[in-house]
Design a protein around this ligand. Sequence first.
Ligand code: RB5
Length: 154
Amino acid sequence: MGLRIIVGADEAGVDYKETVKADLEADPRVDEVIDIGVNRGSDDFDRPYPLVGTAAGEKIAAGEADRAVLFCGTGLGVAIAANKVKGIRAVTAHDSFSVERSILSNDAHVLTMGQRVVGLELARRLVAEWVGYTFDTASASAQKVAVLNDYEGC
Ligand code: RB5
């Protein structure tokens, strides 16, 4: 079964969100792409990054999606916001190794990037890599992630 992936952004990340959305929709490893906005020409265009990040985190926490990839100017704001949702782990990563470890070490639900930080082609490549990683629940990393869940009571 493929992944259900949320894509989201504020106005500073919307262009990358659109391109990555199209990439994910064409990716056979992905079953569903859920666009939570913002969208150009839509009433939601002014939605600030905290509401994008928390909306993504809440959907994952509710079991409506497996992962999210979010964009803002830096990637930082949407990660901070998604991390406010209980049980959600969100990271900003702009390099291949960190993207790999975000899944294999941290079992992070949310990857964020900054449209004002990283080139579009690198962002697309990193998302394609990210889709290919699966967390090993029998790994030593799982015990460390469990410490985070215990801290949060989930
Ligand atoms: C623009 O609002 C910018 O501050 C935002 O996209 C993000 O970079 C915040 O972390």
